[in-house]
Design a binder for this molecule. Structure first.
Ligand code: SME
Length: 168
C-alpha cells in the first residue's frame, strides 16, 4: 500500500469515525460518505452484510450514493455474491463484459468488492462502483483492504443489531 500522506490521513479519518460514540449503522454510513467524498470516481460506496438469519444471503447495509434495488443478494449472484463465495477481493474493470453482474445503474463501468472478516470469518463486504472504466487499481485494493480491517468490528456490531431486531 502507498504510505503517502493521503493514505495515512484517510485511514486516520476512518479510525476516528469508527471510534465515535454513535451507532454502528451511523459510523459505517459515515465511512461510506468519507470514501465517496475523498476518492474521485468512487460513485457508490456501500456495505453488504451476511444476514444472520439466512447465512447464504447478503443484505444491503449502510451506503452512500443512489438507492439500489439490490437490497438482498444470494451468495453466488453478481459480483457481490461471487465475492461472498470466494472470500477474496474482486475488481471488475468493465462490468459490461461480465456475465454474472447485477446492475445498479447503467452509468456504472467498474466495481471493486472487498471481503470484511471478523475473527477469520466472512461477515460482509465493502462494494464500490465507479462510472469510470478501469477505475480500481492495486492501490485502491490495498487501501480498501486496510479500511475493511478497520471497520470489521463495527460491521460485526451492525450484524449483531440485525439479529437482535429480529428477536424483538
Ligand atoms: N453490482 C453488484 C450489485 C450491487 S450494486 O453495485 C450496489 C453485483 O453485481 O453484485
Amino acid at each position: 500500500m502507498r504510505h503517502d500522506r493521503f493514505t495515512t490521513q484517510l485511514l486516520t479519518n476512518v479510525d476516528r469515525i469508527i471510534a465515535r460514540d454513535r451507532s454502528a449503522e451511523s459510523r459505517l454510513h459515515d465511512v461510506c460518505t468519507a470514501l465517496a467524498a475523498r476518492l474521485p470516481g468512487y460513485d457508490w460506496v456501500g456495505f453488504y452484510i451476511v444476514d444472520p438469519r439466512h447465512p447464504r444471503e447478503l443484505i444491503l447495509g449502510p451506503f452512500a450514493g443512489e438507492e439500489t434495488e439490490h437490497v438482498r443478494i444470494p451468495f453466488g449472484s453478481g459480483v457481490c455474491g461471487h465475492v461472498a463465495d470466494v472470500d477474496h477481493t474482486v475488481i471488475v474493470d468493465d462490468v459490461r463484459a461480465r456475465q454474472n453482474y447485477l446492475s445498479c445503474s447503467i452509468a456504472v463501468r467498474s466495481e471493486i468488492v472487498i471481503p470484511v472478516r471478523w475473527q477469520g470469518k466472512f461477515i460482509g463486504e465493502l462494494d464500490i462502483d465507479s462510472h469510470t472504466e478501469g477505475r480500481f487499481t492495486a492501490e485502491d485494493r490495498a487501501l480498501l483492504e486496510a479500511v475493511a480491517a478497520r471497520v470489521a468490528s463495527t460491521v460485526e456490531d451492525y450484524r449483531g443489531n440485525l439479529e437482535a431486531d429480529c428477536h424483538e
